[in-house]
Design a protein around this ligand. Sequence first.
Ligand SMILES: Cc1cc2nc3c(=O)[nH]c(=O)nc-3n(C[C@H](O)[C@H](O)[C@H](O)COP(=O)(O)O)c2cc1C
Length: 499
Amino acid sequence: MGARRARGTRMLPADPPPDADEALAPLDRDAEAAPPAGALPEVDFWSVLYGRRSIRRFDERPVPRALVDRVLHAGTWAPSSCNYQMWDVVAVDDPAINADLAALSTQMGNAPVNLVVSYGREFSEEGWANVQSASAMVQNMSLAAEALGLGTFWITQMGDREKVRERVGLPHDRLVIAVLALGYPKSRPKSGPKRRPLTQVTHYNQYAGEPVPSSPRPEDWRPELLTLYQRARVLNGLRHNKPRAWETRALLAALATLVPEPPADEGAAPRRWLDVLPCTGILTERLARERKGWAFDVVERSPEVAAFVAERTRPKGAGFAWPTPAPGFASPAAGAYQRASCLFRLEDLAPADRGALLADVATWLAPGGELLLGYVSKRSFHETTEALRRRRGGPRGVEYVLSPDPNIGPFEALEPGEVDALLARAGFVVEGRLGLQAVPQPEELEFRTRNFSPRARAVARFAARALGLLERLPGVQARRGRFQFVLARRGTPPDSPAA
Ligand SMILES: Cc1cc2nc3c(=O)[nH]c(=O)nc-3n(C[C@H](O)[C@H](O)[C@H](O)COP(=O)(O)O)c2cc1C
């Protein structure tokens, strides 16, 4: 954000010089009253409120304690349950302690200051008043930081919060609720993630909506809600998602094995490839990069997601609708494609809709056209890791299923036999198969345990090496691979009149 418009006479630059604190009247750390009028820079409340963004990259400058104090003081003026103010905050600006915190979670390795916010563990616990009060404090501090030209981001992924507490010397009686990273922003995002509109979120007097389910089971989702949810997630931030190395590796192996590129036929018209329900388009982008002789289109649930993904292909493809066409958002033309791909997307459909999707894919393909289908097998470690995660008492909602990246939403791994039956019913003839990754891959373990303690990570690394040997035994990946790829050719559906 540039210079902020002030209501009064003063303007506050987005990045004040290092001595900006000298412009402020010194804060009496023992004062019980709010700072007197004029002691703080006047800034426009609404531009602070709407201009605040989570800042995750900071420059090298240390934050003067006079500024940290201002932020902390603003925090103490948040409401708290019964005004008990049972919060205690440790502002960590010692690089050695911050390095120890970063070892507990890399999230705490970004900013020069980490504000560790705690509240009475059992005090005011009723109605989570402790969590609510501490959260109000965190929000006050992030707005104050914004007003002072600083940046923050709110951290709940702090690893073991008891270790965080111990490292900063807080007694057991204090529960660490959150950490607020604080520093001078390296850069400020030009625009923030969008917000859901009021019509979806708010109601007068009586709730009149339908909540997006938090269940990860596909049958708990109405297709319309899935469309809404994926649209919100893709457009509100997931566009920045990076491909995961182990998933990309699997995809490249599947392309090389099942659909190798024949030598380029100069001058031939590009063949047409339809990517089915690509969601974020991470894999579509890769497909288009790897198979340049093809023109890619996509079929998605909403025009916005379709347009977003089509933008990721070069040349830019067209976006089509499934399951419901709308004005200006048609279904793909029948028989128009030589190849289709559907990668890890049958899994978010209710069982009854999976066959319907495959039957539609068959109609979009030209006679003899082929489908590259990728799915997560139920006969793999996926089910075990999911069961373990659920037992650990961690989050269980739809956000947390360890599914491959292109999937956003509910997720259910599939039985290979079920997939074969669905393909046959839709008139496909299977021509090739590839099973990959029968055990979690080293990069995946690194990623999934990034917020664990160094010891837990070392154990995970050892386990990964041992499991890696198992995976090399013949036939293991084909039978037990988490990722199963199938190349299927469009034939005639057995129940069609021509069969
Ligand atoms: C309770 C809570 C926990 C959060 N935890 C994290 C976190 O652990 N790591 C992180 O990078 N961001 C975290 N965030 C920041 C959100 O991702 C961010 O606020 C959201 O994407 C909206 O972006 P904005 O803050 O720029 O408006 C958290 C935010 C809240 C309110």
